[in-house]
Design a protein around this ligand. Sequence first.
Ligand code: NI
Length: 399
Amino acid sequence: MAYPSAVLPELLAGRERYITLRRDLHAHPELAFEERRTAEVVAGVLRAAGIEVHTGLARTGVVGVLRRGESPAAIGLRADMDALPIEEANDFAHRSRHPGRMHACGHDGHTAMLLAAAEYLAAQGRFDGTVYFIFQPAEETVGGARVMVEEGLFERFPMQAVYGMHNWPGLPAGEFAVHSGPVMACSDQFDIVLRGRGAHAAFPQLGCDPVVAAAALVQALQTVVSRTLDPLQPAVLSVTRLVADGGAYNVIPAEARLAGTVRAFRPEVQDAVEAAMQQLGEGIAAAHGVAIEFNYTRGYPPTVNDAREAARCRQVIETLVGPQRVHTDLPPSMGAEDFAYLARERPGCYVWIGNGEGAGGCSLHNPHYDFNDAILPLGASYWVRLVEHCLPLYEGGRG
Ligand code: NI
């Protein structure tokens, strides 16, 4: 990767150290809320840099606090620390040493980039205000960010805005993407039980068949997105489980179970999908004479970037890499991200940094994935420039 000239020379010069740090984290992946070693590494680097350290938020979360000057302005920068329950298929020297666990989403790189920025800012950052370095546990599926919010993240560390960054395979190294508005989807789940009456399959008139009702419901659910939503509002409804088993060729089972996921970018779309599913479910159950139990669970909310904060991040990145390397028109992702819980509490912006198309260019959560070390100095430089932009030294307050 040719380095844009705006990458900070100190971060470029120190990259070997950050690569070593990143590969050490990669070799020692830890799952949700078990990131004890990772948290120790993070706290150690922060303390050595003279940064105030708070540990134990959401069990293994770490928050570093760096104050400069008199301004009451404060922002949060967030990295995630957890790995995935995947068996790594790579054979390079820094491959996972823990069977069945792997940094397949680049959270090792996110942690290393934020640590590099923290060290730089502590040593020579030119800003006025407070920076909170938020290292969160359990981004994957169980919502470590939500737990941090519940345990008082924003009360203990009052900040006006919060920022996140995720590597994006396929997006060239040296490039970024910034979305104004939705960037990642919600991940809701549903569970449906249809209860009929089992019977001998040769005498269906004596039973009440939940299998036929389930088949009808799966078909009907395909109309929720196409017939109840604004066509310009994207959503996905996927039935991923359909279980009914009478235990024999000649037994109609007493119940059938369905489950699946819903993805969308706006709360009102989630509401509309849930209501339409319930209405269809109850109607079809009634039509077939079976009882229905319908459970719809909200998972991660959609991640929605604040327009003003997105414009701010875009400006910082354009200065860093040039406007031609900042994508503002990429479609958002139907994947989910628990930064959403932070962006729901404070204006925020979550950007994508290109992980490239070569090594590590395969998709996230793939057993061959690896974070691209070449982008470490660039991501860290973005954090530094964002801080200097949000907490300007001379103007006072936020720019
Ligand atoms: Ni991730």
